[in-house]
Design a protein around this ligand. Structure first.
Ligand code: ATP
Length: 358
């Protein structure tokens, strides 16, 4: 299977070399949660997986010191020399307009054409109130209103939203195929009743793909009605596909069903470039300045993102082991403050690692 179907093949830029992973901890809690993912890479290596990990400094500190976000040379290196990027988070109160964060994250997502942002939403441990929850959000990751084009004028502000058919089709095709493979329903979130042009395109492509995937129980829903239904019964949904903006909102809401921002993982890829895409694994959460530097961040989202990366690389046993180590640690009562526990970031990471086989 090619990159983008999440059955996911073993692929790499060069077959005879180790998997190369670029580490970008970024800002705030990004570095704290990244520190807990690194031993997992080491653990995978100790099991015979061939990988090399190299740190990159991009983030607020680097920007404030050098004025550089990601240089063209560094971007080319990430694109051509690495199989994957493991990313923490960006955003720093010292740069309140977030220009460095935009430049770094959007450069990576847009520059690498990482159209598909996959955000699974399953309970990280079976001891939960919603064990049947099996939701997966497919968020378009490069366009929509997050294209950052617009203007602020006296008394008037404009944000454009760009939706292109190739990106919409790529995202929806990935969502349909995932729904097909997993026998889940598929719901498109849109507001084509108001956003007639952009979301009209989404609905047209969705209807088109529905014909080529007759086995998928697919429906398009107005996003407001969808949110209401989602809150009432999240277990009634399978795959949810949405543009960048709605996907951002819906997936943060979905994170709340499984314990909050600290536990939600994501993986992004470019389905149209199966053998050349540098994938991006990052937790759903941001840099969380309110808790940064206090050792309070939950590393689960980061570790589950690492598991998604392992699965993408074809390292299914390691992906499963990391996921089940998270589940076992939680079942044993290891919890950070956001989950009602008392552990700090490092202690939570240690508790999870102690559940990995040696
Ligand atoms: P972005 O737009 O960059 O995604 P955001 O505005 O959604 O960021 P976050 O940084 O994700 O904001 O933080 C939202 C809330 O979730 C904050 O209260 C933060 O403390 C909490 N949070 C985020 N990450 C974690 C984490 N790893 N562990 C515990 N709480 C977290």
């Amino acid at each position: 299977m090619e990159c983008g179907t999440i059955g996911w093949s073993m692929w790499r830029k060069s077959l005879d070399k180790p998997i190369r992973i670029a580490l970008i901890p970024g800002d705030g809690v990004g570095g704290e949660v990244m520190a807990e993912a690194l031993p997992c890479l080491e653990w995978a290596r100790s099991r015979g997986r061939s990988l090399e990990a190299s740190p990159f400094p991009y983030g607020a500190e680097h920007y404030l010191a050098t004025g550089e976000t990601i240089s063209n040379v560094a971007f080319d290196e990430l694109r051509d020399g690495y199989d994957a990027i493991l990313f923490g988070a960006v955003g720093d109160p010292r740069i309140p307009d977030g220009r460095h964060a935009e430049a770094i994250l959007l450069r990576i997502r847009q520059g690498l054409e990482l159209t598909v942002n996959f955000r699974p939403c399953r309970q990280p441990s079976p001891q939960t109130q919603m064990p049947d929850l099996d939701l997966e959000v497919f968020r378009e990751n490069t366009e929509g209103p997050y294209c950052l084009q617009g203007s602020t004028e006296p008394g008037r502000a404009v944000d454009f939203a760009i939706h292109t058919e190739p990106a919409v089709r790529r995202l929806l095709e990935a969502a349909f195929r995932r729904a097909e493979v997993r026998n889940l329903s598929l719901t498109l979130a849109h507001k084509a009743n108001v956003l007639k042009h952009g979301h009209g395109l989404w609905v047209r492509v969705f209807e088109d793909l529905r014909k080529t995937h007759p086995g998928v129980a697919a429906r398009a829903m107005h996003a407001d009605a969808l949110l209401c239904a989602l809150v009432q019964d999240p277990t009634a949904f399978g795959v949810i596909a949405a543009d960048n903006y709605l996907g951002d909102l819906i997936s943060d809401l979905c994170a709340a069903f499984i314990g909050g921002m600290g536990v939600a993982p994501s993986l992004s890829w470019a389905p149209h470039r199966p053998f050349r895409c540098t994938v991006l694994a990052e937790p759903v959460h941001g840099s969380a300045p309110d808790i940064a530097g206090k050792g309070l961040a939950n590393p689960v989202g980061m570790l589950l993102s690492t598991a998604l990366l392992f699965r993408h690389l074809g390292w299914e046993p390691e992906a499963k082991e990391v996921e089940s180590a998270v589940a076992r640690a939680l079942e044993a009562g290891a919890k950070t403050r956001d989950l009602g526990g008392t552990l700090g970031t490092a202690a939570m990471g240690t508790a999870i690692r102690s559940c990995l086989p040696h």
